[in-house]
Design a protein around this ligand. Sequence first.
Ligand code: TRP
Length: 336
Amino acid sequence: MSMPTPRKRILTGDRPTGPLHIGHLAGSLQNRVALQHQYETFVLLADVQALTDNFERPQKIRDNVLEVMLDYLAVGLNPDVCTFVIQSQLPEIAELTVLYLNLVTVSHLRQNPTVKSEIAQKGYGDAVPAGFFVYPVSQAADITAFGAHLVPVGEDQLPMIEQTREIVRRFNHLYAPVLTAPQALVGQAARLPGLDNAGKMSKSLNNAIFLSDSADTVARKVKGMYTDPGHLRAEDPGQVDGNPVFAYLDAFDPDRSGLEAMKDHYRQGGLGDVKVKRHLTDVLEATLAPIRERRTDFARNTDSVQEIVRTGTLRGREVAAETIQAVRQAMGLDYF
Ligand code: TRP
C-alpha cells in the first residue's frame, strides 16, 4: 500500500504593522480561509520584515502581532489546520537570509519594482536602510524555509516570488537541489481603494475600515466616503467605475443581481449616494458582525491565542530546521 501523498504547502503572511482591514479581507484573507483545508497552511507573522521600516518602534510591531493574530482567528483561519508562526522566533530564517544574500546582486535588488516604489513612497533615496533594501531576500528565506509550493499573494508581491524562484534556481544549481521553487497564487480580487479613493486602502493613509471597527465606526466611515464627485444630486447620472462605494459592494455584496440593478439605477440617475451608502453599511455589517464577535471572544482569552501561536511557532521551527540542515549539508557547512 502506498503512503498518502502529503498535501502541498502554502506559506502566507503579513507584516504586523497594524490591525487588518477589509482590503486584506477581500484581497487575501477570504482566499486563505478557502484554501486552508486543501493545503497544509503556514501563516507567517512577519515581524522581522515589519521592523525593516519600523526599527525605531519595536513595541508597535510586538503589539500588532497579537492584533493580527486576533484578526486571523476572527476571519476563520482555523488553528486546527493552520500553523501560525512568529518570524523572529526562527533563527533559521535569518541564517538562510545571510546565505542567500550571496546569490543576489545589488543591481538586481535595485530593480525590484515593489521595493523601488516603496523606497520612493517613503522618500528614502540612498538612505534606505540596508535591511529594508534586502527584504525580498529575507522573504525568499521565509518561503523556502517552509518548503512552500504555493504562495497566495496580491499582484504587488509577485516580484518577491520571482526573486525567490531565482535564488532557488541558483542555489540548487550551485550546491544541491534541496530547495523548493514556489509558485504564486494570485487571487482574483483586486486590492480595494481607500475610503478617500486616493490610493489603496492602508492604515498609514488613514483611509481604511478595520476588521476590529465597531458598527458605529463603520457607519461613520461609510458616510464620509468619496463617491462620484459629478453625482451632486440624486437625479444626476452617476459613475460606478472608479467609485469606491461600488468597489466595496463588488467585493462584499452577496446579492449579485441586486447589485447589478443598483448600478444600472445609479448610472441612469435617480439613486442618491445616501441610499447606496446605507446599503453598503448593511452589507459590511453582515460581513463584519460575525468577525467582530469572534474577535471579541478571542480577545477575552489572549492566553489561548498566545498558546496557539506558541505551538505554531514551535512546529514552524521544526520544519525550518529540516530545511537549514539540508542547506548546510548542500553547502558543506555541516562540520560537526
Ligand atoms: N511582504 C508581505 C507583505 O507585505 C508579507 C510577507 C512576509 C510574506 N513574508 C512573507 C507574504 C512570505 C507571503 C510569504 O504583505
